[in-house]
Design a protein around this ligand. Sequence first.
Ligand code: FAD
Length: 117
Amino acid sequence: KLGNETIKAELGRAAWKLLHTTFARFPDKPSEDEKVALKNYIHLFQRLYPCGECASHFATILEKYPPQVSSRSAAAAWGCHVHNQVNKRLQKPFFDCSNIGDFYDCGCAETEEEAAA
Ligand code: FAD
């Protein structure tokens, strides 16, 4: 069956948004359990990603660049880097990863105390 580029791109934008926002909210000092959770999340994201062609390319990228889960900034920088690897393949513009800090906002409070305020 013929692919549909518009739908594939829309899925990609939604997926990247969720992934980068997840990294932007990952703890600065994660516990071992949180590190394992993020690593597993990324590998399962790859394995179950609905676009098979994308998933298989992303598997190669994950092999070359294993997920970095030691801190929020490490995870965010890693996410930006692997997205740039996909950008390169698709001949899309390179994203400057030094600007990633404030780019992905979840629109939620940082802590439960803030959320209750
Ligand atoms: P996207 O690449 O979707 O980016 C969305 C927005 O994120 C950009 O507008 C920009 O503001 C920001 N952004 C761009 N680069 C970065 C970065 N490095 N770090 C942080 N933010 C950034 N499509 C295919 O056709 N073939 C594939 O093999 C393929 N593989 C994919 C693998 C994965 C894991 C994912 C999630 C998507 C894949 N896609 C693939 C979809 C593709 O990456 C794009 O999402 C889609 O083409 C739409 O591109 P876009 O130009 O709208 O911007």
